[in-house]
Design a protein around this ligand. Structure first.
Ligand SMILES: [Zn+2]
Ligand SMILES: [Zn+2]
Length: 379
């Protein structure tokens, strides 16, 4: 995966205004409606995905700290810090290397669950300062809509499984505390790795030194359970295939008063059996009888806005395009493209002799050989 800053072409310390500006510029250039290069759509998605993260200060901070790992669904920064602190003991930490900071080292050496809490440096701070509000994780989902919903906009129901506070224990994870049997209450354990000995945070008690006397059976002590929710996703008119809709606060629940994460919904659009999209224009075949094609007619045609009456000019050939202005796909800046009807004369099924004779009499009306211009070489 490419670095998100490189995707948007901004430096790592770019402010929000610069990020927004770069995003808008690139999105305009690569919008699949404008840019017909084969990789334009993939690039557009990549730009959108990068902007989703970098425009959100919290997610950007996680990305800076954890890189691509932070982009996974349900990413938990506390768990990632704990894992990193325990997985890289001793001199490896000092050896530098990606993103390990001293605070992680201290928290693994001195115990303390999460940043600062319980570490010698945090003692004496009031609880307000050291409590960590944890924003809920962002969640991802996909919806498939038909082309008409993309044109008109509309609401789509989505069944979503997401973690929420355990109803049985209210999120505490259990009752009563007892000394952690794994570390005997110290919150630290000695780890042996690559022949090096190092003191790391106890995984059993997350460094706190104690565990629940009675762990909640419903959530296994985590304080969270998975629950299924129905979510209504509003799809704006003019949504394009691969676009990501961001529903604020509909992701995973926050902890300790933290805000809920976002729900990122990727939209894919099913092909329509009759309507084809070409940029902001739509195209549809319009079957007509031979009589209608020759003599002209006024016919009823279904469009995304309901039925309209369309005049077929006399002498319409197959492939002729009739334009219905403003009945196409919505444009980003307002207004809509056009709907083109492609005239397709349909021959009747097997007819009796008299009808065949009548049809053949039409041949006299052609000024010359209808295939006169049909040549495959240039001469
Ligand atoms: Zn529980
Ligand atoms: Zn322990």
């Amino acid at each position: 995966m490419r670095n998100l800053y490189e995707v948007l072409g901004v430096p790592r310390d770019a402010d929000q205004a610069a990020i927004r500006k770069a995003f808008r510029q690139l999105a305009r250039q690569c919008h699949p409606d404008v840019n017909k290069a084969p990789d334009a759509e993939a690039r557009f998605k990549e730009i959108n995905a990068a902007y989703e993260v970098l425009s959100d200060e919290q997610r950007r901070a996680w990305y800076d700290e954890f890189g691509d790992a932070s982009l996974r669904t349900g990413f938990d920064p506390e768990a990632a810090r704990a894992w990193r602190a325990s997985a890289r003991p001793g001199p490896e930490v000092f050896g530098g290397g990606g993103g390990v900071d001293l605070e992680d080292l201290f928290s693994s050496l001195f115990g303390g669950g999460g940043r600062g809490r319980g570490s010698p440096f945090a003692r004496g701070w009031n609880q307000e300062t050291v409590s960590v509000r944890r924003r809920g994780p962002d969640m991802e989902a996909r919806i498939e809509i038909d082309l008409l919903t993309a044109i008109r906009g509309g609401d789509v129901r989505l069944s979503l499984r997401r973690p929420e506070t355990c109803r049985v224990c209210g999120g505490t994870g259990g009752t009563g505390r007892q000394t952690c049997p794994a570390c005997k209450g110290s919150g630290r354990r000695t780890s042996q790795r690559f022949g090096l000995r190092a003191v790391v945070r106890c995984e059993e008690c997350a460094g706190s030194g104690s565990v629940f006397a009675r762990e909640c059976a419903a959530c296994g002590g985590s304080g969270r359970t998975m629950a299924t929710h129905d979510v209504k996703v509003h799809v704006p008119a003019g949504v394009v295939d691969g676009q990501v809709l961001r529903l604020k606060g509909l992701g995973g629940e926050g902890r300790d008063g933290g805000a809920a994460g976002h729900l990122l919904v990727t939209v894919s659009i099913r092909p329509h059996p009759f309507l084809r999209r070409d940029g902001h224009d739509l195209e549809m075949d319009l079957p007509v009888t031979i009589g209608e094609a020759v003599g002209g007619a006024s016919v009823c045609v279904p469009t995304p806005d309901g039925e309209v009456r369309v005049r077929i000019p006399p002498g319409s050939s197959g492939g002729q395009r009739l334009r219905l202005r403003g009945r196409g796909f919505p444009k980003p800046g307002g207004g809509r493209g056009d709907l083109f009807l492609v005239v397709r004369p349909v021959a009747p099924p097997a007819a009796d002799e008299e009808i065949v004779r009548t049809a053949r009499s039409l041949d006299r009306a052609y000024p010359g050989d209808v295939r006169a211009d049909l040549r495959l070489d240039g001469s």
